[in-house]
Structures are given as structure tokens and as C-alpha cells.
Design a binder for this molecule. Structure first.
Ligand SMILES: NC(=O)c1ccc[n+]([C@@H]2O[C@H](COP(=O)([O-])OP(=O)(O)OC[C@H]3O[C@@H](n4cnc5c(N)ncnc54)[C@H](OP(=O)(O)O)[C@@H]3O)[C@@H](O)[C@H]2O)c1
Length: 259
């Protein structure tokens, strides 16, 4: 406790004055991570495909930090490359959170080409390009933190989601590959693997009573995660407390993988 009775945050766990770029920040886990980073002192550069960032930006500004918002479709490679280069030239980003992602569900034998490529484009290709563009600048400055949002389907295959499982397995491989190259140059690359979180990504599962019961029965914590349950792990990996953590996948799953 501090002298005012408030819990004291060890300085190693703050991101005071750091600039964090968070993708997919208008909703779900990305929104929760953005607000948690703002609460821990970061300024924010928030990206979203839709025009849905006003609310999260207003809430983040109320904690005192500076917030910029950018609407960008990460599925559009040309615009994505041009816009991220422009943004990263104009802003010294200290923390990159690759959170934007999508899922498409269909039986593997009939899985549509579009659902394969669309998912890989955002979940993997966009994430790699953002890592490369931000990482190049972080390496040049000698510091930076990258947090990729992986999944339990970075370790398991799931059902009816082959492109999602492939993209999230690959994202973990990418995280480790980049960590190996950049760990000695002041840049930490890690990932979070959330369990089952109540967001738009899992609407279809929660709306299927049998599937929802089945999932819940396997979670030792006895409940689905809320987005805020995931956010603290991102703040930790973005903070100096994680300076010696490289290529790690921090699982936040209510105990799912322990079963
Ligand atoms: N919910 C879970 O149980 C769970 C578990 C493990 C991992 N995850 C991962 O967590 C991350 C966040 O998902 P969520 O669960 O919080 O669901 P969500 O609320 O649907 O968030 C997904 C975010 O990705 C953004 N996005 C999707 N396509 C985009 C594009 N083309 N360009 C830019 N942004 C795009 C969305 O923005 P728009 O809405 O503007 O398109 C949205 O903000 C994803 O990577 C997901 O795979 C979720």
C-alpha cells in the first residue's frame, strides 16, 4: 500500500509514457487490452476495421493518456502496408499488440477457399507485417515489446475451424522465430493464448447450448472468461517486468489446458 492507502503498482509493471499500438481495439479482447494499457500509463494508437473506436478512446482518455484512432482494413494488403509504414514513421511505437483476428466455421471437407485465405490474411499475414514494420524500428531504437494474441487453437485443432487453427499455430511459430532474432537487441516478442472468452468470436459457440455446455464443463475455473480477464497478461508482457521473457506463450484459459 502507498501512504494514501492505494495499492502501489511496482514500477516494473507500469507502461507509463509508452506508446502502444493495439489492433482490433474497438471490441472484445482488444478493447480490454487497450483500456488496461491506458490504465497502466500508456498512450494509445488504436486501429479498427470499423468506425467503432470513439467509445474506447473516450474511456482511455479519461485515465489521462493521449489516444489516436485509425480506421484500417487489415485484410487489404496494399492499404495495410502503406498505412502502417506511415503510422510507424509518424509515431515511435514502443508496444505492438497484434490482436485483430477473425474466425470462419465450416466442415473441413467443404471449407471455402475464401474462408481459408481471409482468415490467414488478417490473423497471420497482417500480424507478420506489423511485427516486421514495428520490429525493425524497435530494433533500431534498442527497445520494444510485441504481444501477439494467439489461442488455445495454437495448441489444439478445434472443430470446423481449420484456417483459424492453422493461423494461430503459425502465429506462435512466428512469435518464437522473431523472439530468437530480436531478444538480444532489446525487443521482446511474446504471445497470449486466451481460453474461451465471451466475445463476438465465440457467439456461435455460446449460442449452441450443447457446445456451450460441453466447453463450460471442461473449464476448471467454471466460467467463460471476460475480455478483462485477458488484459492483465498483455500489460505484464508489455512492461519492464517481462524484460527477460522472450518467445513465451502465456496461456490465460481458466485451466483448460491443464485438464
Ligand atoms: N474470444 C475468444 O474466445 C478468443 C480466444 C482466443 C483468441 N482470441 C483472439 O482474440 C482476438 C480478439 O478477438 P475477440 O474474441 O475479442 O473478438 P472480436 O471482438 O470479434 O475482436 C476481433 C477484432 O479483430 C478486428 N478485425 C477483424 N478483421 C479485421 C480487419 N480486416 N481489419 C482490421 N481489424 C479486423 C475486429 O474489428 P472489426 O470488428 O472492426 O472488424 C475486432 O475488433 C482475435 O485474434 C481472436 O482470434 C479470441
Amino acid at each position: 500500500m502507498g501512504s494514501d492507502g492505494a495499492p502501489r503498482m511496482p514500477t516494473a509493471f507500469t507502461v507509463q509514457g509508452r506508446l502502444a499500438l493495439v489492433t482490433g481495439a474497438g471490441t472484445g479482447i482488444g478493447r480490454a487490452i487497450a483500456l488496461a494499457l491506458a490504465g497502466a500509463g500508456a498512450d494509445l494508437l488504436l486501429l479498427s476495421e470499423k468506425d467503432d473506436l470513439d467509445d474506447v478512446a473516450a474511456e482511455a482518455r479519461s485515465t489521462g493518456g493521449k489516444v489516436q484512432t485509425v480506421q484500417l482494413d487489415l485484410a487489404d494488403p496494399e492499404r495495410r502496408r502503406a498505412e502502417t509504414e506511415r503510422l510507424l514513421d509518424a509515431n515511435a511505437v514502443d508496444i505492438l499488440v497484434n490482436n485483430a483476428g477473425l474466425i470462419r466455421r465450416a466442415p473441413a471437407e467443404d471449407f471455402p477457399d475464401g474462408d481459408w485465405y481471409d482468415v490467414l490474411e488478417v490473423n497471420l499475414h497482417a500480424a507478420f507485417e506489423l511485427c516486421r514494420a514495428a520490429g525493425r524500428r524497435m530494433v533500431a531504437r534498442g527497445h520494444g515489446k510485441i504481444v501477439n494474441v494467439a489461442s488455445l487453437l495454437s495448441f489444439q485443432g478445434g472443430l470446423y475451424v481449420p484456417s483459424y487453427a492453422a493461423s494461430k499455430h503459425a502465429l506462435v511459430g512466428l512469435t518464437r522465430a522473431l523472439a530468437n532474432e530480436w531478444a538480444g537487441r532489446g525487443v521482446n516478442v511474446n504471445a497470449i493464448a486466451p481460453g474461451y472468452v465471451a466475445t463476438a468470436t465465440t457467439d456461435a459457440l455460446r449460442n449452441d447450448p450443447a457446445r456451450s455446455r460441453e466447453i463450460l464443463a471442461r473449464i476448471p475455473a467454471g466460467r467463460w472468461a471476460e475480455p478483462a480477464d485477458i488484459a492483465g497478461s498483455a500489460v505484464f508482457l508489455a512492461s519492464p517486468a517481462a524484460d527477460y521473457v522472450h518467445g513465451h506463450v502465456l496461456v490465460v484459459d481458466g485451466g483448460w489446458l491443464a485438464r
